[in-house]
Design a protein around this ligand. Structure first.
Ligand code: TMP
Ligand code: ASP
Length: 239
């Protein structure tokens, strides 16, 4: 397969005109790539968790780019990604705590939606809906659809995580257009792109790496083990 793109944690290979293979690397970065490591087994864990969660969301009617699991990654529809990251927060922590002076751990009910402009050079700044429409990163209609899908996906995932004894604190989504012109949930859904706390408030996500809280592969392995107990092993293969 031809390598189309290499990012900080993934490689995208072309399969054919309409499909790609998303391979997960062990590499993990934080703080705009300033902190780096490559713990063995991290890619496999994020690939498995992403596959399980995309498969689950697809089964519940959320349109996604996911096609089926492969070795160390998954097959997906080739998408044109919109440069907007949608973050849904169920609990206040991370950047919003610093930005607005909120108490860490404050429940956000109903969930709060925030938008970030996808730009590595600018460090993914927080933007408002008007910026997105004004600068044509997405239309008003696309933005409405992304917000609705993000909230629906979060509701579904929150319940799955709760069944696994885990709390989905916040999560980041990206969307793109598939070859048939459908707006679909894309990128990845893993502990690299969301925050997950266990019963004791222990982080089982990338904060383990960001804040040096322990072994990230062990933490992701725990998430995977618990999600498998609830959802089963992803078995759908590409063909
Ligand atoms: P934040 O609290 O740092 O704004 O992060 C909110 C959520 O978005 C959290 O689940 C982590 C995720 N996220 C990404 O997936 N990529 C990023 O580059 C950043 C900064 C956050
Ligand atoms: N993903 C970003 C980076 O690699 C930021 C983060 O997740 O903390 O720098």
């Amino acid at each position: 397969m031809e390598l189309l793109y290499e990012g900080k944690s993934k490689r995208i290979y072309g399969v054919n005109e309409r499909e790609v293979f998303v391979e997960f690397k062990d590499d993990v970065t934080a703080f705009d790539g300033k902190k780096k490591a490559s713990p063995e087994g991290k890619g496999k864990a994020t690939a498995e968790i992403s596959s399980l969660l995309f498969e689950y969301l697809s089964s519940k009617g959320i349109p996604t780019h996911y096609i089926g699991k492969g070795e160390g990654g998954f097959y997906a529809k080739k998408v044109r990604i919109l440069p907007v990251e949608v973050v849904v927060r169920n609990v206040a922590t991370g950047s919003i705590v610093k930005r607005l002076g909120l108490e860490k751990g404050k429940e956000l009910t109903p969930p709060l939606v925030e938008y970030f402009y996808k730009s590595d050079e600018l460090g993914d700044p927080l933007v408002c809906a008007d910026h997105i429409v004004y600068f044509k990163w997405a239309t008003e209609e696309e933005l409405k659809k992304m917000k609705e899908l993000s909230l629906r996906a979060t509701e579904l995932l929150k319940d799955v995580f709760a069944s696994a004894g885990l709390k989905l604190v916040d999560i980041k989504y990206e969307f793109g257009y598939d070859p048939d012109g459908n707006l679909v949930l894309a990128d990845e859904i893993s502990p690299d792109t969301c925050r997950i706390w266990d019963e004791n408030g222990r982080s089982l996500d990338k904060d383990v790496f960001r804040k040096d809280l322990g072994d990230i592969v062990e933490a992701y392995g725990e998430v995977l083990r618990r999600l498998r107990d609830v959802l089963g092993t992803p078995l759908k293969s590409r063909t």
